[in-house]
Design a protein around this ligand. Structure first.
Ligand code: SAH
Ligand code: SF4
Ligand code: F3S
Length: 473
């Protein structure tokens, strides 16, 4: 396979964008407020933080409602058909609003725009959309705004800048104490059902020094929890001759970050070295999202996942031996082409055996251009719905039992705010990433990791009591 060398976007390109930002800032017709609507995974959530950072640097402020904003950006996802339909429905809805507010600018970006011909189609079918751009050129937003405002042009830029990495872009974090860091972009795995490798391009890793500097700055800023992002973090560094992923975790541990997470890791290359980090690391949270997709070897092979059930389970056992309090979560697809009742039963058995804290379950959705879209044996929608309902019911029961089993434990909770249901209670997340509502706390705890006794469990949250300092000493 031909591989282009990764091109780091240099200071010149960013300085040029700075020039456009200045021109927009001084423009009489500039948009003054923005609203970003985000679909899809954490990658997109983090891209939206970068878009927000860029817009805030140009002097725009965030509008709480999209219909009041001068600029609305839709950061789209195309992982399943319903993700696309939701985005298109919401874009259409804005058409009427724009009739009343003609100065409104509407932009569409994200993974959907990376599909061949999609940006052109959107601009054609949605004449009120002003800007369409892909995931590889977020850093060019000031230029797009300039073209839209000054030259009153419709802008389309989905040039596949697959091999670029832009460093040093501003980020406006959603949370003051939680942060994402991208460690790699793209995916090389080509699971038969998945569109991501086509829209996010080949794997490219960021330089370890860039990641470490970003982490150090976040720690200095008081951030308590960092989530490392990549479609397959286990293959971090493979492309660029960088340090390995476990080594990256060790170095991040030394930055003093209180809590570290990552997603997603592919079971096929979950190494013993990574498992060992779960036993050793000070910062690594006791949680791993390990998407299994199916419990049938036949389906796993057809999905091109490159592991079998036995290998997966042996890795789960190793993880639990290294870190007995680890909570596992997963993704499962039902009704992949050719999935028989027996294959599906095997997924049910796997879920019973692993006992995940929770699972994201999806009905297979054919994606144009992927290998599975052309496979025979597409499963009837009624059968698919029945299967997913059975799977969800099974997992709900397990979640409840797992949560009840955590009563009596003392956990560190990163406090996020007051509980939406009961204002007298505080809420936050434990290391296993489960929501915990607890009594005895106060707003001064927000943004800190505090000790809580787990006293009860609901269907997907835990209840607890804050352990005051004097009680712990
Ligand atoms: N890189 C991650 C997952 C990214 S997509 C990984 O490998 O685990 C998130 C989840 O969406 C996948 O784990 C899969 O369960 C689901 N998914 C992806 N493509 C899908 C499709 N065509 N139909 C249904 N679910 C899909
Ligand atoms: Fe998609 Fe597979 Fe890559 Fe995950 S590893 S993004 S499921 S191709
Ligand atoms: Fe969707 Fe793109 Fe993420 S397709 S799941 S937003 S990488």
């Amino acid at each position: 396979m031909h591989r282009e060398p990764v091109r780091h976007i240099g200071p010149e390109a960013l300085a040029e964008q700075g020039r456009f930002a200045g021109l927009v800032r001084g423009h009489a017709d500039r948009p003054r407020t923005y609203h970003i609507v985000t679909y899809g995974c954490q990658m997109n959530a983090h891209d939206s933080e970068t878009l927000a950072g860029t817009l805030s640097d140009i002097g725009l402020t965030q509008a709480p409602q999209r219909e009041e904003a001068d600029l609305v950006l839709f950061n789209t996802c195309c992982i399943r058909d319903n993700a696309e339909r939701k985005a298109l429905g919401n874009i259409t809805w804005l058409k009427e609003i724009k009739k009343r507010r003609p100065h409104m600018l509407i932009g569409v970006c994200g993974c959907m725009m990376q599909q061949r011909g999609m940006a052109e189609t959107v601009l054609k079918q949605y004449p009120f959309v002003d800007i369409a751009f892909g995931t590889g050129s977020l850093y060019r937003l000031p230029e797009y705004l300039y073209l839209a405002v000054e030259e009153k042009r419709r802008v389309i830029d989905v040039s596949r800048e697959e091999s670029t990495i832009a460093e040093g872009l501003p980020v406006l974090r959603e949370s003051p104490f939680k942060a994402y860091i991208n460690i790699m972009y793209g995916c090389n795995n080509y699971c038969a059902y998945c569109i991501v490798p086509y829209v996010r391009g080949r794997e490219r890793s960021r330089r370890a020094e860039d990641i470490l500097h970003e982490a150090e700055a976040l720690v200095a800023d008081g951030v308590q929890e960092i989530t490392l992002l990549g479609q397959n973090v286990n293959s971090y560094g493979n492309d660029a001759g960088e340090i390995s992923f476990p080594e990256l975790l060790r170095r991040l541990d030394q930055t003093g970050i209180p809590r570290l997470r990552f997603m997603t890791s592919h079971p096929k290359d979950l190494s013993d070295e990574l498992v060992a980090e779960y036993a050793r690391s000070r910062s690594l949270a006791p949680h791993l999202h390990l998407p299994v997709q199916s419990g049938s070897d036949r389906i796993l092979a057809a999905m091109n996942r490159r592991y079998d059930v036995e290998t997966y389970l042996s890795r789960v056992d190793k993880l639990r031996a290294a870190r007995p309090d680890i909570g596992l979560t997963t993704d499962l697809i039902v009704a992949f082409p050719g999935e028989t009742e027996e294959d599906f039963e095997q997924s049910m058995r796997l879920v019973e055996r692993v006992r995940y804290d929770s699972a994201f379950t999806f009905i297979y959705s054919p994606r144009t251009g992927t290998k599975a879209a052309d496979l025979p044996g597409q499963v009837a929608p009624e059968v698919a719905s029945q299967r997913i309902e059975r799977l969800i019911a099974l997992q709900e029961g397990i979640t409840k039992e797992v949560l009840h089993g955590l009563r009596g434990q003392q956990m560190g909770i990163l406090v996020e705010g007051t509980s939406a249901r009961r204002q007298t209670q505080m809420t936050g997340k434990c290391g296993r990433n489960i929501s915990v509502n607890f009594t005895g706390g106060h707003e001064g705890l927000i943004g800190h990791i505090v000790p809580v006794n787990i006293t009860g469990a609901g269907s997907n949250t835990l209840r607890g009591e804050y352990i005051k300092e004097e009680q712990t000493t």
